[in-house]
Design a binder for this molecule. Structure first.
Ligand SMILES: *Cc1c(COP(=O)(O)O)cnc(C)c1O
Length: 257
């Protein structure tokens, strides 16, 4: 699908030397700009096919495994929403960009342990992966301690295999109520990853049913975070309001160790 290869990337920069202009080669910048434009056009085309306006879908570029210099370049290119899935990687990236005066809207999209809540609540604006009440409580307490509020999405496990994160469909309502009652969380909607082997359309239709149920608890919880590089078109056709794309914009990731 994406045959581009990443150019050789410089060694990771020490935190105080984040100079996007220095670290990002012109060709990498051009590549990111082209990928971003192409991706935005493809989302707009999917919106048009769905009879929706392009501004009804928010693009979140997932920068995991890519260097801070790429994230900084994306912000400079006008991409305001960035996603990460591991606190160990996200926290220093957010700090580096902040030190360089760049303040993207950070979305935490990965499985989250309660003991990371304090760190995540310090930089994330959105957490897409709230899947149990104790985590919601920990995030709310942590956000409160930082004097912030967090936008929370309920991650739903559409196939019930909760090993990959997410609350089982049957347990949605009590979690929605717990999040709605958490003082420093704002319940915004639902999120899911299409289960392996499922037709994306089937997955996103079930997610829409979950969204309806959550909106019965909180009518303002209208966001639906669905769609990755392989299935974002189907997600937009099914009504997603947020798509989370990594490879489409940044290129293939190195295989995880
Ligand atoms: C990595 C990741 C994405 C982006 O995946 P791509 O296939 O690179 O688009 C989206 N959502 C979550 C939860 C992820 O971990």
């Amino acid at each position: 699908m994406n045959s581009q290869r990443r150019p050789p990337v410089q060694a990771a920069a020490p935190p105080d030397s984040l100079g996007p202009q220095h670290l990002t080669t012109r060709s990498r910048r051009d590549q990111l700009r082209d990928n971003l434009n192409r991706t935005r056009e493809a989302i707009a085309a999917a919106c048009s096919d769905a009879g929706r306006t392009p501004d009804s879908v928010r693009l979140i570029v997932v920068t995991k495994t890519f260097p801070s210099s790429d994230a900084a370049t994306l912000v400079e290119l006008g991409q305001t929403d960035l996603g990460e899935n591991r606190d160990q990687e996200a926290a220093p990236k957010a700090a580096e960009l902040g030190a360089a005066g760049l303040e993207p809207v950070w979305h935490f999209v990965g499985q989250l342990q309660r003991n990371k809540a304090k760190s995540v609540a310090g930089y994330a604006d959105w957490v897409h992966s709230v899947d149990r009440a104790p985590l919601a409580a920990a995030l709310s307490n942590a956000a409160n301690a930082h004097g912030r509020t967090l936008n929370a999405l309920i991650q739903v496990s559409l196939d019930g295999d909760t090993a990959r994160g997410g609350v089982p469909v049957a347990d949605l309502e009590p979690l929605a109520e717990a999040i709605a009652a958490a003082p420093a969380l704002v319940l915004k909607g639902v999120m899911a990853v299409a289960p392996l082997g499922w037709e994306p359309a089937r997955a996103f239709a079930l997610l829409n049913e979950c969204s309806e149920r959550v909106r019965r608890t909180d009518p303002g919880a209208t966001e639906v975070s669905a769609g990755m590089s392989g299935d974002y078109r189907e997600a937009v056709l099914a009504g997603a309001t947020m798509v989370r794309l990594g490879r489409n914009v940044l290129g293939e990731r190195e295989p995880m160790a």
